[in-house]
Design a protein around this ligand. Sequence first.
Ligand code: G3H
Ligand code: 13P
Ligand code: ZN
Length: 333
Amino acid sequence: MKVSFKDLGLVNTREMFAKAVKGGYAIPAFNFNNMEQLQAIIQASAETKSPVILQVSKGARNYANQTLLRYMAQGAVEYAKELGWKKPQIVLHLDHGDSYELCKSCVDFGFSSVMIDASSLPYEENVKLTRKVVNYAHKYDVTVEAELGVLAGVEDEVSSAVSHYTKPEEVIDFVKKTKCDSLAISIGTSHGAYKFTPEQCTRDKDGKLVPPPLAFDVLKAIEKKLPGFPIVLHGSSSVPQEYVDMCNQFGGKLPNAIGIPEEQLRKAAKSAVCKINIDSDSRLAMTAAIRKHLAENPGHFDPRQYLKPAREEMKKMYIHKIINVLGSNGKAR
Ligand code: G3H
Ligand code: 13P
Ligand code: ZN
């Protein structure tokens, strides 16, 4: 049986992105795999009245079960209202969909937005597959994110050794032919907690690694070709040093973990970039808080005892991103 996202109280990205591009801010796209992440995301969004995109990856579907995640998202809308958010603006989005069948199944299942990531295919095949997904999704008013250019990085379901920046000369043709609603681009971000090797970085006076800047010239050229068109940045965790240090202090081993500096993301959020994807920072916040709690309380074995501070830490991080990096607070009253 088909379910429409509208019946679940969800929204698609169309209006949300148009407002964000105009207003010079970006919508947070946070990945979730479990209840504590979802609670933290919804609490942070409700408190700040920020529109939010809940992202489900193929890995998350395999881990948590698609049916369960869908009902959790539906529950999240009701939970947001309970928290006093009168008109929650919540999108349920498939992250890195890799086939027509997967995207179709999510559309049929109540997702309000899907990503078809055919960026590793040759250009014409990317166009063809994206167009096919758009044709189906638009029948149900579901919005579609596509990708041009390749991000480096290794994740469960997404992997590439090297990045290839998006070619500005391709974007007009791609958007025209595919009719996608937003476009993920490659300008130097990458997935995971190791975005740059130490060799790619310089060091500041204290010996700390300083990553190379994002390719803002490429972003500018794309914006010029597609004025006002919604652009998406994947791989946008900043890998906060405090969480890396906390993990390492309490038994972890995350040498040379490094992300995208927040001032670069702040700059991107003010441009046509209207969706910024963050997953690794949530993983780090959760793991750091759990490691610390268990190290300091070796007798605790009730998961609520260590998941509660983990949830608090994630919520703090999400609120910080919304207010201090993306600027989406107060945009969904
Ligand atoms: O971009 C990938 C996301 O961080 C999801 O990662 O495939 O390990 O769930 P995952
Ligand atoms: P990070 O690994 O930088 O959090 O990126 C997440 C992402 O792009 C999800 O699609
Ligand atoms: Zn991604």
